[in-house]
Ligand binder design. Structure first.
Ligand SMILES: Nc1ncnc2c1ncn2[C@@H]1O[C@H](COP(=O)(O)OP(=O)(O)OP(=O)(O)O)[C@@H](O)[C@H]1O
Ligand SMILES: [Mg+2]
Length: 307
């Protein structure tokens, strides 16, 4: 659905997006992550035709990004949607629907559908200017869907929402993808939330792609044998295990749980059973720790390896 080939944007002396090759498969939800200033918004703006590439190109379903044909199949919700504050919610959406080429009657129907979708029907006669940041963002999402797009590109769509609002938007996005097969490219800094939503991910830093793959594959690549253990005598467990050659790292967290990274999980398990039986300890926790998108992000960017 999306392909960029050597996409580059230079602002004066600053290379904001640097030779980016990125692919988003049709029908997927693709996360776009990276630190502040990494180049996400700049990339998105080139994809929707708000900025020209300095070199390279972007393709939407094989069509030149920003071309009229490409724009027809893309919906876009910017980080801070520019809304006409004097209009009512209903008039605003109708106006956007007409702009996207819908006839008057179609625009009325579409507006009602979208107000229902983003749960703003009760505010259809309210002026947009008085809306909270979260309501504006929901209206921005509705506006992105006005032309029945095959692809929606959302720049931090949940940044200003409260937890309930975020969950609502995330569930809506899942539904749009699942029921209408809409491809979604979503940038976000809220990684635990993004992780619940996406199929695949691109991580960029300083305009360059650092990781791009299916989320499951990225997790597999970063997987370490890491276990969380708690017993009735953690000190004894730590003292016994810390000298073992297969143990890479042992930490204790604030809750008192032991976190062990090891090179051979089988020997760890055998040794742990020995310690527990020999000293008659009680084992209260033994979990394999799954890697989180947050950990992958920090490791890839070498941010604070605290554990
Ligand atoms: N119009 C512009 N003129 C000059 N520099 C710009 C312009 N737009 C963006 N930049 C610079 O390009 C770089 C990338 O910015 P961009 O907004 O794409 O980052 P981002 O990944 O979206 O960051 P954030 O997570 O903070 O939204 C930054 O260094 C930014 O200052
Ligand atoms: Mg941005």
């Amino acid at each position: 659905m999306i392909e960029t080939r050597g996409m580059t944007k230079v602002f004066g002396g600053l290379v904001a997006v640097n030779d980016l090759d990125m692919k988003v498969r049709r029908g997927t939800i693709h996360g776009f992550v990276g630190p502040n200033g990494a180049g996400k918004t700049t990339t998105i703006k080139m994809l929707v035709g708000l900025l020209r590439c300095s070199s390279g190109k972007g393709l939407i379903k094989g069509l030149a990004a920003g071309s009229k044909d490409a724009r027809r199949i893309v919906g876009y919700s910017p980080e801070r949607p520019p809304l006409y504050s004097d209009m009512t919610t209903e008039d605003y959406l109708k106006f956007m629907a007409r702009l996207s080429g819908l006839k008057s009657a179609e625009a009325v129907n579409r507006t009602a559908e979208l107000l229902d979708l983003v749960e703003l029907t009760g505010f259809k006669d309210s002026k947009v200017g008085g809306f909270s940041a979260g309501m504006k963002q929901r209206l921005g999402l509705a506006q992105a869907l006005v032309n029945h797009p095959e692809l929606i590109i959302l720049d931090e769509p949940t940044a200003n929402l409260d937890p309930t609002g975020r969950r609502t938007v995330i569930n809506k996005l899942k539904k749009l993808n699942y029921e209408h097969n809409i491809t979604i490219l979503i940038s976000s800094h809220i990684l635990p939330e993004l992780e619940q939503l996406i199929d695949s991910v691109t991580l960029i830093n300083k305009g360059k792609s650092v990781i791009e793959n299916d989320l499951d594959q990225v997790k597999e690549d970063f997987k370490r044998d890491r276990y969380r253990i708690n017993t009735s005598d953690n000190k004894r467990v730590i003292d016994t295990l810390k000298v073992k050659s297969y143990v890479d790292d042992i930490q204790v967290d604030q809750a008192g749980d032991i976190h062990i990274t090891c090179l051979d999980a089988q020997i760890l398990q055998d040794d742990l059973i020995d310690i527990i039986t020999e000293h008659k300890l009680r084992l209260t926790t033994f979990d394999e720790e799954t890697i989180k998108l947050d950990d992958i992000y920090s490791q890839s960017l070498n941010i604070g390896e605290e554990q």
